[in-house]
Design a protein around this ligand. Structure first.
Ligand code: NDP
Ligand code: MG
Ligand code: MG
Length: 340
């Protein structure tokens, strides 16, 4: 079983007298920065000029260009999009990395797949809340916390663990539990979860179910409700009480259908495909493909994205969600990323 730390196990004084720069002020960045500030940590923000910069200033922070924040800080959290991190690191952060400074990540991809290779005398650790930034913030404000993972990659001076735990505590994670992991485990399980189950698996399942009903002559609106909309109700039950509570809550007919049909949908073949997906992640094949795709300005990503938008689900969904203003999210606002 995992090793878990709570507030009472952690001495937050490791952060005393230190300046923490949160680089980026998006989903994770704003939550880490505000929670730490309210916990009494000396926090500054590193950004480029733009929307986030204005927001961070409105929230009362001193905001600097990334290179200047990196100069001033002892500890830097890279709360930047993962794809943008390597070049920002190389050009604006690395020059300021003097011995004993700390680099903190909220996801392990760039370290695990060697896209960022910090000097050996730098602490490198991870604090990865298991929730989107707005939940990390809202939960802290309510007096509770979102659990987090922490991991150590480099510990040249024997202080990385206490710094990591103190950081996690000050964003509120110690109120819920801080689970020890490694960069490898966090990165590989995160990628696998989003590909096989949360995003890839679920999107494909929803689409296939919708298409099956529509091709059989049922109305797309009805198919949308059955195969997409109601998913939330089921997932909420799982979230609250696992598969047991979901099954307790649904009808016996639904539960019987679950038992007999589920294994016909997710077959041995599906599981074999999951294993292949996991192998591609473990060998670095997936990471390599995604890095190259980004270097080429995302030709496949953009083509698939366009095709997916043209799916009948999009149009039907837009129309139905107009009828349900209560489910609509702000298109420009936070769409929380599952897993990370
Ligand atoms: P967001 O996309 O929400 O925010 C990115 C921030 O970086 C914005 O403030 C943006 O500012 C800034 N930024 C982007 N490009 C640059 C640049 N070139 N120079 C300076 N600032 C820049 O990121 P997330 O919070 O989603 O992700 C941050 C990290 O947290 C990632 O490693 C991610 O994997 C991890 N994570 C994310 C979770 C989530 O729920 N979102 C959960 C757990 C981990 P601007 O307004 O100028 O674009
Ligand atoms: Mg139903
Ligand atoms: Mg992820």
């Amino acid at each position: 079983m995992a090793t878990v730390y709570y507030n009472t196990d952690i001495n937050e004084s490791a952060l005393e007298g230190k300046t923490v720069a949160v680089i980026g002020y998006g989903s994770q960045g704003h939550a880490h920065a505000l929670n730490m500030k309210e916990s009494g940590v000396d926090v500054i923000i590193g950004l480029r000029r733009g929307r986030s910069w204005e927001k961070a200033e409105e929230d009362g922070f001193h905001v600097y260009e990334v290179s200047e924040a990196a100069e001033k800080a002892d500890i830097m959290m890279l709360a930047l999009p993962d794809e943008a991190q390597p070049s920002i690191y190389e050009n604006q952060i690395k020059p300021a990395l003097t011995s004993g400074k700390s680099l903190v990540f909220a996801h392990g991809f760039n370290i695990h797949f060697s896209q960022i290779q910090p000097p050996e005398d730098i602490n490198v650790f991870m604090v990865a809340p298991k929730g989107p930034g707005h939940i990390v913030r809202r939960t802290y404000e309510s007096g509770a916390g979102v659990p987090a993972l922490y991991a150590i990659y480099q510990d040249p001076h024997g202080e990385a663990k206490e710094l990591a735990l103190a950081y996690a505590k000050q964003i509120g994670a110690g109120r819920a539990g801080i689970i020890e992991t490694t960069f490898q485990e966090e990165t590989e399980t995160d990628l696998f979860g989003e590909q096989a189950v949360l995003c890839g698996g679920t999107s494909a399942l929803v689409k296939a179910g919708f298409e099956t009903l529509v091709e059989a002559g049922y109305q797309p609106e009805v198919a949308y409700f059955e195969c997409l909309h109601e998913l939330k109700l089921i997932v909420d039950l799982m979230y609250e009480g696992g598969l047991e509570y979901m099954r307790y809550s649904i009808s016996d007919t639904a539960q019987w259908g679950d038992f007999v049909a589920g294994p016909r949908i997710v077959t041995d073949e599906t599981k074999a495909a999951m294993k292949e997906i996991l192998t591609d992640i473990q060998t670095g094949k997936f990471a390599h493909g995604w890095i190259v795709e980004n270097q080429a300005n995302r030709p496949q990503f953009n083509a698939i994205n366009k095709r997916e938008h043209e799916h009948q689900l999009t149009e039907v969904g837009q129309k139905l969600r107009e009828m349900m203003p209560f489910v609509k999210h702000d298109q420009k606002g936070v769409i929380s990323r599952a897993g990370n």
